[in-house]
Design a protein around this ligand. Structure first.
Ligand code: F3S
Length: 369
């Protein structure tokens, strides 16, 4: 199964531990071979998620990544952690984790939108963890990745290989059910995940969705339904390569009300430039009256400097490097309003928070009310 070059990776002191992980996974999934990857994206970065045991394991990894490798959000804004209410001890541990990744050659991007850093190409093999980015890469760009764990993505980054199975193989990418979607796409994804877990839906939309809507759909369907790919009619590069499934279901992403929010949190997945501009437009010069936390990557924030400054002047807080789910900072609130089906799924489980859902406009209106 292994090429000579891959056998050498098993012998090399620096790569052998990671190569053993890849070979073990290949056995588990009956992969006939390994395939070279173009990039890796690693999750499991927040100290809150991985703790001291995770940090110790990371320290045991030798070598350097051999492909461009990006990193998911951490548990805090690296500069404004005090403002978020993060303690000194957490800060130190988080920085230690980041230092370990830096030494391995990983880019300290701290975002779940690695495709804003480097767009994957059609047909490229990737080893990405972060389920929202996996769905987006497969479904929007036509790149090929399974849902990796933080551990397997790092092992792939060090060896440059991933087992060839699942969504790396064309036939496994065929749609399994047609979904006629109406209403808010983040909620459509959330409901589709619950109703059709593990499927590959073929979405037919009422109108052409924006890239940001597809991003929210990717995140919510991955979170509630363990989905790794969908086809979006007219968008997914491969959607014409397969027969349309016979089974058809309709899913309506109706907006539902929830609790009375003390915090409005936007940016799951991390906001794009366009979303930041849209939020500013929706605020329309009014003062933000409650906590409005917006999450984005440091790169996008830098590219949108003026917009970010205006948002902050109006009273919003634009945090980088982290998010409402992976940071413990949101735990001081009781109820949070979000426009993200993924946050709707995870905030109650992970942070024990009540969650209210609304689209972007409703979230902004709540914050300025
Ligand atoms: Fe990203 Fe955090 Fe949501 S990592 S997809 S903003 S839960």
């Amino acid at each position: 199964m292994l090429s000579r070059e891959e056998e050498l990776l098993l012998e090399n002191e620096e790569t052998k531990d990671c190569m053993k992980i890849i070979v073990a996974l290949a056995k588990v999934f009956n992969a006939e071979k390994l395939v070279k990857i173009s990039s890796a994206h690693i999750s499991g970065v927040s100290y809150d998620n991985i703790g001291d045991e995770g940090l110790e394991w990371l320290k045991s990894i030798k070598g350097k990544v051999v492909v461009p490798t990006t990193l998911n959000p951490a548990g805090m804004d690296l500069e404004r952690w005090k403002e978020m209410g993060i303690g000194e001890e957490f800060y130190k541990k988080q920085m230690e984790i980041i230092e370990v990744f830096k030494n391995l050659g990983v880019q300290i991007t701290l975002t779940c939108t690695p495709y804003y850093i480097q767009k994957p190409k059609f047909g490229e093999h990737l080893a990405w963890a972060e389920s929202s980015a996996v769905v987006y890469a497969n479904s929007v760009f036509g790149a090929r990745t399974n849902r990796e764990s933080g551990i397997s993505a790092l092992a792939s980054a060090i060896t440059g290989r991933t087992p060839y199975y699942g969504l790396h193989i064309k036939e496994n990418r065929a749609p399994t059910v047609v979904v006629k979607a109406k209403g808010d796409l983040s909620l459509v994804g959330y409901k589709a995940g619950l109703e059709l877990p593990g499927e590959i839906p073929y979405f037919i939309f009422e109108r052409k969705p924006s890239m940001d809507e597809l991003k929210l759909l990717s995140a919510s369907i991955a979170a509630s339904g363990n989905v790794a790919m969908f086809h979006a009619e007219g968008i997914t590069p491969e959607c014409k390569d397969f027969e349309k499934p016979e089974e058809v279901v309709e899913i309506d992403g109706k907006i539902e009300k929830g609790c009375e929010a003390e915090l409005v949190a936007i940016g799951c997945p991390h906001c794009s430039k366009e979303e930041l501009e849209e939020i500013l437009k929706l605020i329309a010069g009014r003062k933000v009256k409650k906590e409005l936390w917006i999450f984005t990557s440091r790169k996008v924030a830098e590219e949108s400097k003026e917009v970010v400054e205006k948002l902050e002047k109006l009273g919003a807080k634009v945090f980088r490097d982290t998010c409402m789910v992976v940071s413990p900072a949101t735990e001081k609130f009781n109820c949070v309003m979000v426009n993200s089906g993924k946050a709707l799924e995870y905030l109650p489980k992970k942070r024990k928070l009540e969650v209210s859902f609304g689209d972007l406009k409703a979230c902004v209106e709540n914050a300025v009310r």
